[in-house]
Structure formats: structure tokens, C-alpha cells
Design a protein around this ligand. Structure first.
Ligand code: HSE
Length: 401
């Protein structure tokens, strides 16, 4: 029997317990061992819940118990998760976590400790919830040089954008509805400002490129400035607005960014709607691959965490994760990245705008007679910003994929 402990009995923690109970027999068979939850760490008590007999309030009980071989960390946030996880690894216990803040900030150090101790630090659930993406990058795609990862990595923002698009609603109204339904956090800043997707693309890029991508260096724009009027134009152009988290290797330069993009139905991410996530990967020998599924929520996330527990139990004395070095990966400025841009302007500025953006297409929507939009030719971010500044009066702008 392998004894494990769960740190945190919130949404994901209770999901982990539920998954282990529901599929106990098949999970034990796949792990080749009986897995038993010995402790659950939480500040609260749960009277009447069968979990109560396993609840402990002091992490030391778990960290000092030699019987515990695997620790599941599903508390979220950097502290005290980092302290507990580091101590668990140093004590020779494998750790499985869903905590993207922790992995984005301390991933290389924690992986290195796990490697020194011949144990595992696993974090499948940290990116894309229940979608397998860390394990594919770590094993199935190791023959490739990955040159692009582009994902819809945040369910909350994808739900909001989908609903704005289908129902013509404003951002604030959809956010309120999403909060009432429990899809969006009461403090939605990390989701709607793109910070959550930023941490996830930093983790995926670090794994794919082998060196550490500092999430604080990734250019990040959220969806708070996307309006119902922008969506009217998108619908008119048969396009969708998606919050994309993307990293690319172009020759020897690495680019990473998070921002809303317009895309048409030729893009594989176009049809990813609602709370679903998807990750598009391009490898130099594989070509294209896409991973799609439930990117958030109690049971999908718990499914990925428990799969990591099975992996950890199968490899109690052998590290299976690919090393991701703490050496910093230098990101190039996005200034030189070339793409097309959509910009809305007052209709009186049209001829001036056409002179500045020759070859651009004009888009009009009947509901907005006082304004129009242009879709520019391919140009660098820098050139676009300079021209837009010179023009003045730009109502909004969105990049095209
Ligand atoms: N807040 C995240 C999302 C949860 O909306 O995708 C999963 O990391």
C-alpha cells in the first residue's frame, strides 16, 4: 500500500478524494499498488464528512511521516504551498500539483530537487486542467523541436468571449453572469487580465524549449477592453475573438505573448468555445497537433492530478519528468513581430487612415454608422503602433492571428 496526503480540501482537493474513491479499483490496478489517503491538510474542519477523520491542521504531521510517499498539493498560490512542497521533496516525497502559480515561479528548482532525490514533481493539472499536455510534451513529443505552442488556456475568458459573441452582450454583463454561475472567480483579475494564461504559457514554453521562461517577461493583455461593438465587427467578418497564449521559436529568437486575437474558421482554435481549452502545438517533424478538452473545474482538474499520483506511485524511485533548466530563456521584444491588425476609427478619419495603412480592407457594420474599421496589411507591432499614434482617435484595435 502507498500512503499519500492531500494538501487542501477545496474544490480540486475534494475532487481528488472523489476521483480516488470513485475509481479506486481501476486506479489501484493501473498504479500496481493500493493507494490510500492517510491525511488531508486543511485549516477547516468538516464535521459529518467522512474526510474529517483524515483532516490535520499541521503540515508537519504529513511532512514528518515517513510512510507518506506522495503529496498532492492543491492549495493554490505561492505560499505556503512552496514551503510545503519544497520540504516534501527534500524529505523524499513525490509531489503532484495543480498549482500554476507555484510551477511558473519555482518549477526549475522543484524539478531539480526531485531529480536529485530520484522522485517526481508532477504538474499535469497546472495547464489546461484535465487536458493531457504536460505529459505529451514530456514524453510523446520529445522527438520534435517544438517551434510553436498556441493555446486557449483560460476557461473563464473563453466562456466570456463566447457568450459576448453569441449573445451580443457587454463584457461586464457576461462577467457578472459567469460569477453568478460559479464559472468566474469573485476576484476575476488573474483570468480577465490574462495573468493566469500567462503563467500557463510560461510553463508550457519552458518545458518545450528546455530553459526557463520568466512569466513576468511575457507581454500580457487581457480581455477587459473587448466590447460588444468589437464583437459586432468580428461577427461581420465571420471571425472570432479568442484570448491566445502563444510562444514561438523563429530562427534563434523566442517570442511569447498573451492577448486577444481575431481569427477565422481556418484556424484550429476557432471552434473552441465556452469553458473549453485547447492547445495547438507545432513540431518540426510532427507538424501540427492539437489537444482539446475540459480546461478547468473540479473533476477534470482532479483527473489530471490523480493520473500524476498514479505515475508517481509507478515510479517511486525514478524521476520521469524531463529536466527544465533554471537558465533563463531570453524573450525577444514583440515589437518586431509581424501580423495584421484590426482598428476601429471614426468614419471622418477614413481617408487619412487609408493613406497611413495602404492596402487595408474597410469593414462597416450597419449598427455603427459613425465609425468604420480597417484590417491592415502585414506589419510589425512597432510600425502599427507608430501609425496608430500618428492617426489618433483609434477606438480600438485587435491583432489578427
Ligand atoms: N481560472 C482558471 C480558468 C481555472 O478559468 O481557466 C483553471 O486554471
Amino acid at each position: 500500500m502507498v500512503q499519500i496526503a492531500v494538501l487542501g480540501y477545496g474544490t480540486v482537493g475534494s475532487g481528488v478524494v472523489e476521483v480516488l474513491n470513485t475509481n479506486q479499483e481501476s486506479i489501484n490496478k493501473k498504479a500496481g499498488e493500493e493507494i490510500n489517503i492517510k491525511y488531508v491538510l486543511d485549516l477547516r474542519d468538516f464535521p459529518g464528512d467522512p474526510i474529517q477523520e483524515k483532516i490535520v491542521h499541521d503540515a508537519d504531521v504529513i511532512l514528518n511521516d515517513k510512510e507518506i510517499r506522495v503529496v498532492v498539493e492543491v492549495m493554490g498560490g505561492v505560499e505556503p504551498a512552496y514551503t510545503f512542497v519544497k520540504r516534501a521533496l527534500l524529505a523524499g516525497k513525490s509531489v503532484c500539483t495543480s498549482n500554476k502559480e507555484l510551477v511558473a515561479k519555482h518549477g526549475p528548482e522543484l524539478l531539480e530537487i526531485a531529480r536529485e532525490k530520484n522522485i517526481n514533481f508532477l504538474f499535469e493539472a497546472s495547464c489546461g486542467g484535465g487536458i493531457p499536455i504536460i505529459r505529451p510534451l514530456n514524453s510523446s513529443l520529445t522527438a520534435d523541436e517544438i517551434d510553436e505552442i498556441t493555446g486557449i488556456l483560460n476557461g473563464t475568458t473563453n466562456y466570456i468571449l463566447t457568450k459576448m459573441s453569441k449573445e451580443g452582450l457587454e463584457f461586464d454583463d457576461v462577467l457578472k453572469d459567469a460569477q453568478e454561475k460559479g464559472y468566474a472567480e469573485r476576484n476575476p483579475e488573474a483570468d480577465v487580465e490574462g495573468y493566469d494564461a500567462c503563467r500557463k504559457i510560461a510553463i508550457l514554453s519552458s518545458l518545450a524549449f528546455g530553459n526557463n521562461v520568466d512569466f513576468e517577461e511575457i507581454y500580457t493583455e487581457g480581455i477587459t477592453r473587448i466590447t460588444a461593438q468589437d464583437i459586432l465587427y468580428a461577427n461581420e467578418m465571420h471571425m472570432a475573438v479568442k484570448l491566445l497564449a502563444s510562444s514561438r521559436k523563429v530562427n534563434d529568437q523566442f517570442y511569447a505573448m498573451v492577448a486577444p486575437f481575431l481569427m477565422d474558421d481556418s484556424h484550429p482554435l476557432y471552434s473552441v468555445n465556452g469553458v473549453f481549452n485547447a492547445i495547438f502545438v507545432h513540431g518540426n517533424v510532427l507538424g501540427d497537433a492539437m489537444f482539446y478538452g475540459s480546461g478547468a473545474g473540479k473533476l477534470p482538474t482532479a483527473s489530471a492530478v490523480v493520473a500524476d499520483v498514479v505515475d508517481a506511485v509507478k515510479h517511486l524511485n525514478r524521476t520521469v519528468m524531463t529536466f527544465w533548466s533554471s537558465r533563463k530563456l531570453s524573450l525577444s521584444s514583440i515589437e518586431n513581430a509581424e501580423r495584421r491588425f484590426f482598428l476601429r476609427i471614426p468614419v471622418v478619419k477614413l481617408s487619412e487612415a487609408q493613406a497611413l495603412f495602404p492596402g487595408s480592407e474597410v469593414v462597416r457594420v450597419a449598427e455603427l454608422p459613425e465609425e468604420c474599421a480597417l484590417v491592415s496589411d502585414q506589419m510589425s507591432e512597432k510600425a502599427f503602433e507608430e501609425k496608430a499614434q500618428k492617426l489618433g482617435g483609434v477606438i480600438s484595435r485587435i491583432r489578427l492571428v
